[in-house]
Design a protein around this ligand. Structure first.
Ligand code: F6R
Length: 609
């Protein structure tokens, strides 16, 4: 969602704000703005569109000032426009906001009755006006914030700048993340530590309902009116880790990181001697034998990794699973039985629907386990047990390495559960982990197949509709292939269980529809190939992804072939076959000239419902 940045210093801050916002652009990119104090007065520059436009504007009309706030927006209330771009300001206060103020209409009416005017369609401006009313009553900035916060409903974070107060900024966190950074004689605010990486690696993560007063000398934290102390942490982020390196796009870099991400995870979660899983954070906390049913929740790609895990958990560990989209699970009033646990999956650990599902599961008395990539996230803090995917920062809006990292950890969790529940013996478990240990090398080999993928992607750019088909663990992968393809190329794409085509969707097939068939050489290969032939017989342009044996068995009806260099196993095929799906979407989007890292209408870390 939106990115927030703030700096209070003794030197000009507008360039520092722009640099920080650049790193936050993945959170939203439909408009941007900054505000600083110039001779005590609030001055703003705002622009619709990408951050570059704001940079150009500031070049034309420089913005001096040693204290300032900045924002990159993903519109919720009010279309992307300069008028709706943050910071929103009066002559006394300016602020930037991430999240939603649910009761803004009610507050706006109250303030309008008192004669206040609004200049935007946003919920954010209500907070600026609310603070202004208190400041006009001669309240201090601290008093104004303390008065305003209880009036606001929703999840949000704020950075606030006050007229004629060039030594202070106030940051607020309720629900949405906010980080304080410590510099030499200057202090920073950011939506995440990544934004501050080139300025500092000493940070404090605000807790829920914290607000903080920043001066160049330090930070004072408050929670519900009381002064509180918060720990300073060292982050591992460096400019290099979050740069693009030699790659054209973050997404391409992140696709290429997968062999090492998967390899490092296996090193971490498999014991070196026995090659059996070990999860220190689960020890004494999760008793797999007591879990009668596992609810797996997530959104988008994370939900799809959960769908793959259901196949594995049920087959190997004999744990009944229910997989749900976060926003559905929390509101559908499902029937629960004693002994259920909920496993939430999320890269960011911030996605409000998944977080809401975890909270809901807790209210139902379930044990909650989170599989997340950002250890400091809200989901990590609120879950009973946390397992991390350690994939490093994922900046490309389309999730790639986080997905394969989730699958890798889930595979290890399944084997762990299966052993504890005596559903697998040690030897069989070791055979499975041996397959997993082959995965990084296979992924690296696949990265060398880009020419072939490029040729196929080129053909797919001409299509109006694309279908992705798979069976078993390849069914969720077909959904993931379609999700990646549509969000990056803007071409309509659907994923189907291959066996389901004949029940309706086959009506869509003609000789213009590319059909990607994911067919690893598993117990379902023949059935998948039969489904493929039915599609081919209706003119579908089949793109078959399989290993050598699969290709040999598929004699007819294949237009393009993509060969996976080795025979995979059920436990690692989804991790391996994910890579060509990502590359097809990446290449096709790039060939179409789309913005691969920041596809239209999207943003990473969705902190609104
Ligand atoms: C798709 C994609 C999204 C995310 C979803 C969940 O490429 O990136 O579908 O997977 O928004 O995000 P997290 O994992 O942060 O909860």
């Amino acid at each position: 969602m939106c990115g927030i940045m703030g700096v209070v210093a003794k030197r000009p801050v507008s360039q520092l704000l722009l640099d920080g916002l650049k790193k936050l652009e993945y959170r939203g990119y439909d408009s941007a703005g900054v505000a600083t104090l110039v001779n005590g007065n609030i001055e703003r520059r705002r622009a619709e569109g990408k951050l570059e436009k704001l940079g150009d504007l500031i070049k034309e009309r420089p913005l001096p000032g040693t204290v300032g706030i900045g924002h990159t927006r993903w519109a919720t209330h009010g279309k992307p426009s300069e008028q709706n771009a943050h910071p929103h300001a009066t002559n006394l206060v300016a602020l930037v906001h991430n999240g939603i103020i649910e009761n803004y209409q009610e507050l706006k009416q109250e303030l309008e009755k008192e004669g206040y005017h609004f200049n935007s369609e946003t919920d954010t401006e209500t907070i600026a006006v609310l603070l202004t009313r208190s400041l006009e009553q001669q309240k201090t900035p601290e008093q104004a914030v303390a008065e305003a916060l209880p009036r606001l409903k929703g999840a949000f974070s704020l950075a606030i700048l006050f007229g004629h107060r060039d030594e202070m900024l106030i940051g607020v966190r309720r629900g949405s993340p906010l980080v304080v950074g410590y510099g030499q004689g200057e202090m920073y605010l950011g939506s995440d530590a990544i934004a501050l990486a080139s300025l500092t690696n000493k940070v404090t993560y605000l807790e829920d309902d914290d607000w903080v007063v920043l001066t160049p000398k330090g930070a004072q934290f408050y929670n519900r009116g009381k002064l509180v102390s918060r720990v300073v942490k060292q982050t591992a982020f460096s400019g290099e880790l979050i740069g693009k390196g030699e790659f054209r796009h973050y997404m391409l870099k992140e696709i290429h990181e997968q062999p090492s991400v998967v390899g490092n995870l296996l090193k971490h979660y498999l014991q070196p001697q026995t090659r059996l899983p070990h999860f220190p954070s689960l020890a004494g906390q999760v008793d797999w034998n007591k879990i009668q049913r596992l609810n797996i929740v997530g959104c988008g790609t994370a939900y799809l990794s959960g769908m793959v895990a259901k196949y594995w958990f049920e087959k190997y560990a004999k744990i009944a699973c229910n997989v749900d989209i976060g926003s559905e699970f929390r509101y559908r009033e499902g029937c629960f039985i004693a002994g259920e646990a909920t496993l939430g999956i999320s890269q960011s650990g911030e996605t409000i629907d998944t977080l809401g599902a975890i909270r809901y599961a807790k209210q139902q008395g379930q044990q909650t386990i989170s599989l997340i990539n950002v250890p400091e996230s809200a989901m990590a803090r609120e879950s009973d047990v946390v397992v991390t995917t350690m994939a490093g920062p994922e900046i490309g809006v389309a999730s790639t390495k986080a997905f394969t990292a989730q699958l890798t950890v889930l595979a290890c969790l399944v084997i762990d559960a299966a052993l504890k529940r005596h559903q697998l013996d040690v030897k069989t478990a070791q055979q499975l982990t041996a397959e997993l240990l082959e995965t990084p090398a296979i992924l690296a080999q696949l990265l060398g197949k880009q020419d072939m993928i490029h040729k196929i992607a080129e053909k797919m750019t001409q299509a109006k509709d694309v279908l992705f088909l798979g069976r078993g663990v390849s069914y969720p992968l077909a959904l993931e292939g379609a999700l990646k393809f549509k969000e990056l190329t803007y071409i309509h794409a659907e994923g189907y269980a291959a066996g389901e085509m004949k029940h309706g969707p086959i009506a869509l097939i003609d000789d213009k529809v590319p059909v990607v068939v994911i067919a690893p050489n598993d117990y379902l290969l023949d059935k998948t190939l039969n489904n493929m032939e039915v599609v081919a017989a209706r003119g579908g342009q089949v793109i078959l992804i399989s290993d050598r044996q699969g290709h040999e068995r598929a004699k007819v009806g294949v237009h393009h072939r993509l060969e996976i260099p080795v025979n995979t196993h059920l436990i690692n095929s989804p991790i391996i076959y994910a890579l060509p799906m990502q590359m097809l979407a990446y290449q096709a989007a790039w060939l179409k000239g789309n913005d691969v890292d920041q596809p239209r209408n999207l943003a990473k870390s969705v902190t609104v419902e």
